[in-house]
Design a binder for this molecule. Sequence first.
Ligand code: GDP
Ligand code: IMO
Ligand code: MG
Length: 422
Amino acid sequence: MKKIDVVLGLQWGDEGKGKVVDVLTPNYKVVARFQGGPNAGHSLHFGDKSFVLRTVPSGIFREGSMNIIGNGVVVDPVSLTEELRNISEQGVPVKDKMLISKKAHVILPTHRMLDAASEAAKGKSKIGSTLKGIGPTYMDKTGRNGLRFGDVLAHDFIDRYNRLKAKHVAMLAQYEGFEYDITEYEAEWFKGIEYLRGFKFVDSEHEVNKLIDEDVAILAEGAQGSMLDVDFGTYPFVTSSNTVCAGVCTGLGVAPTKIGDVYGIFKAYCTRVGSGPFPTELFDEVGEELRRIGHEFGAVTGRPRRCGWLDLVALKYAVMVDGVTGLIMMKSDVMNDFDTVKVATAYKINGEVVDHFPYEVNDDLEPVYTEFKGWKCDICKVRRYEDFPAEFKAYVEFIEQQTGVPVKIISVGPDREETIIR
Ligand code: GDP
Ligand code: IMO
Ligand code: MG
């Protein structure tokens, strides 16, 4: 039996999961998404090509790979169709390389409207959702009202759709002043459903477990990040799924005993998009520099990402909850010209030094930083760990010592090639 390995984000998303999965795929036959939906935007760069994947697993471009959308994912037929058509235009035989779980829930046009109405009603305290209908779809799943992909094949699919839509329309009527028109989107949605009927709908838990028994190497790809997890993230400023490692078990139907290596990805600094606590956020020119050099703008929404120093308190928390066995550090090249690089190792809360992530983060919290001398050179061309400058190695080794987990991969640029595997 070959255990299933996992790649997931340890911060607030956008750590570089897409790139890492694409880099690791030659070692795996199957890549499976286990949660989230089109709120994700996973960027891939190879040669002169760039792609942003939202629901499709990031293994799709590797020859011979199989890609699974697991039961834990929520799928928008419009967005998935658009994505698959784009990939297909690249000559990738998507229909032969994709399996969709019958148990994956479907995002309805009215789910998106509910997301928008709910955010608008929250005003200043809005979550900063990507407005893809993620929250309302997961609410219908746990509320036992949802529509699943398997339902698309049922003879009374339209009735089921209309019943759920009617419920949403009644809910939307309660949002005073919220106007919407889904006519166009709904037409696209039904076209998407028709297109997707040409794909293989499966009970993916059976497929995945059969592959495990046959010793096939599988990589589970996470979306978002551990600090956006609905249970362990900075609630309520989180997404609506379990982004942590446990999500692999529920989102693919894999037993905990079948989880192998857990690769936790983090940026050498930290970003967050949308509202919510971010202890090490920088509001000065250093934050601006991180955003500018790191091109920190959302892959899905184009929103500027909030930037700050690496937060080891939050990172250690994520490592603990996820059971990370290997760390992957991304985007260190962004800080090439920095004189100093800082890392938060504790927080001061009302004058008291605390080394764990607290229940609530508010204005009384102040990060305690350890300062490092910058490496002040271009590390983008480095391909062996030995060749990194001493200052950079000191930074990496401090993170390893603090987390107790080895940094196994270092990324120094967006391209597949700009990767150092130790
Ligand atoms: P994901 O959601 O975790 O897949 O990450 P995103 O794709 O949303 O954001 C990561 C961004 O950083 C993308 O634009 C990547 O192309 C880029 N990127 C990934 N790794 C590196 C790196 O090591 N250095 C630099 N400069 N950019 C990187
Ligand atoms: P990837 O997979 C970064 C954030 C949103 C918002 C909150 C809730 O690319 O790392 P939602 O649309 O889920 O209701 O939004 O979560 N968010 C992400 N931030 N990367 C993502 O995905 C995200 N997916 C959701 O900005 O604050
Ligand atoms: Mg992203």
